[in-house]
Design a protein around this ligand. Structure first.
Ligand SMILES: Nc1ncnc2c1ncn2[C@@H]1O[C@H](COP(=O)(O)OP(=O)(O)O)[C@@H](O)[C@H]1O
Ligand SMILES: [Mg+2]
Length: 432
């Protein structure tokens, strides 16, 4: 079945099905288990686009589904939650502390994490999920490490409440290994401090190459998990497990063959949709650059040098909005777009006297993903930079909050987004 239609389905106790969203499901009679969350009569559930949901009837059940474009419902003749997944959730329910879930892209990490969390909730454990997959965020906006302390079972991620987050600002951990390792630990500690007794940490699908090995090794070393859950189709992440063999406990699980693979475009589309949704009710607020501290940039750091500013003005053909020095580094900002020739001349002039020179035209930062933090460095929200004017000390940001008075830190990210949340460009680590 693959159309926009409404269907009445009967599923006998013990039988299974797979549902691919976008779809709506309403239980009329009986009880269903979706990723281990029990849904009883008169409850509804929204399956998000492109995601597949395992449905198991806990009793003889009747439900209605409305299928959206590209969705699919099919009966399935096996248990969609494999027995080794069930055994691993059982094992985790006897542990406390941190559990790290590793696997390639589409290995079932998010599915297993949600299933295990729901299984633990049914045993009365206090469970948190830390979602470090910054590109395919299940919890919190894209570009963040999201954390949730679950108050009940959830059959799908979008409704899982966001308890805290750590801003990274990019869709991949490459170039941001330190913030990834620090952030994962910070939110896991927060979950424990808030009373969670098991914290399940889901990770990115970056598993090949030296960067992946460095990230995974250090993240694990820092989190000191009670258990590593490794999801594999074959043996594709054995190289990540080897250093921990015999030191941390490892549970190797198989990715079931029915776990769907998604393309690169589908993953990008998922991100844009999530970002667009997050920014839907956003508005532009103005912040004073004298009262907020910018993070992850050289803008606003170093000492201002008036003589250098005049020399730059002569070369560039217009005055910079600031030129600051910090040892052998210099950062020069313009609140207008420089002509490419003027830009190159300015950069060449600075490179002659400094080891590191940055020339930043602030209009180029329009659309930059930023993270807003309060004075306790707690995450408030992500936003999109609308305008930065160093000359009059103003920063305009599109954010989904209305009260900017709590904002103390603005952390600069790497993705440039359009008004719908689509990625149109990016900046390199260290570029600003
Ligand atoms: N046990 C399962 N049964 C059916 N579908 C599943 C199961 N586990 C995951 N899926 C689905 O398969 C797809 C890929 O799995 P996912 O958990 O998102 O992988 P990863 O997080 O490793 O990238 C998703 O649509 C997910 O909902
Ligand atoms: Mg995932």
């Amino acid at each position: 079945m693959n159309s926009s239609e409404r269907m009445n389905i009967n599923l006998e106790k013990g039988r299974s099905a797979l549902l691919v969203g976008p779809a709506k499901l309403m239980v009329i009679k009986g009880a269903l288990s979706i990723f281990g969350a029990t849904l009883r009569g008169a409850t509804s559930f929204a399956a998000i686009a492109g995601r597949q949901y395992p449905i198991v009837a806990l009793e003889d059940s009747e439900f209605v589904i409305s299928l959206g474009i590209g969705s699919r419902f099919e009966r399935f003749d096996r248990d969609p939650i494999p027995s080794d997944w069930r055994a691993a959730a059982e094992l985790i329910s006897r542990l406390s502390g941190t559990i790290v879930v590793l696997g390639d892209v589409d290995a079932g990490k998010s599915g297993f994490t949600l299933y295990a969390a729901n299984a633990l909730i049914s045993k009365g454990r206090r469970v948190a999920i830390v979602d470090t997959d910054v590109g395919q965020s299940d919890i919190g906006p894209p570009g963040t490490i999201g954390m949730s302390i679950l108050d009940k079972q959830y059959p799908s991620y979008p409704d899982v409440p966001l308890t805290d987050a750590y801003f990274i600002g990019d869709k991949s951990p490459v170039g941001h290994l330190l913030p990834m390792v620090v952030g994962a630990r910070a939110v896991a500690d927060k979950a424990l401090a808030l009373g969670a007794d098991v914290v399940i940490v889901n990770t990115t699908g970056l598993v090949h190459g030296g960067v992946a090995a460095a990230l995974k090794y250090n993240k694990i070393e820092n989190l000191r998990p009670a258990l590593i859950v490794a999801l594999q189709r074959e043996s594709e992440i054995e190289h990540l497990l080897k250093p921990h063999e015999g030191y941390f406990t490892i549970a190797r699980l198989k990715t079931p063959s029915h776990v769907a693979k998604r393309g690169r475009e589908e993953r990008a589309e998922f991100r844009s949709l999530r970002m667009g949704h997050y920014l839907m009710s956003s508005k532009v607020v103005t912040l004073d650059l004298r009262s907020v501290t910018l993070l992850n940039t050289s803008i606003g750091y170093g000492e201002r040098d008036a003589a250098l500013e005049s020399a730059i003005a002569a070369v560039a053909g217009c005055a910079p909005s600031s030129a600051t020095k910090d040892g052998k580094s210099v950062t020069v900002t313009f609140d207008i777009l420089l002509h490419p020739a003027a830009f190159s001349r300015t950069l060449e002039m600075l490179k002659a006297s400094f080891d590191q020179a940055r020339v930043i035209c602030t209009p180029k930062l329009r659309g930059l993903l930023v993270g807003l933090l309060n004075f306790k460095r707690e995450f408030l929200c992500v936003g999109v930079l609308d305008e930065m004017r160093i000359s009059d000390g103003k920063l305009k940001i599109r954010v989904p909050i209305s009260d900017p008075s709590k904002v103390k830190y603005v952390s600069m990210g790497y993705l440039i987004l359009d008004e719908y949340g689509n990625e149109v460009a990016s900046i390199r680590p260290g570029e600003i």
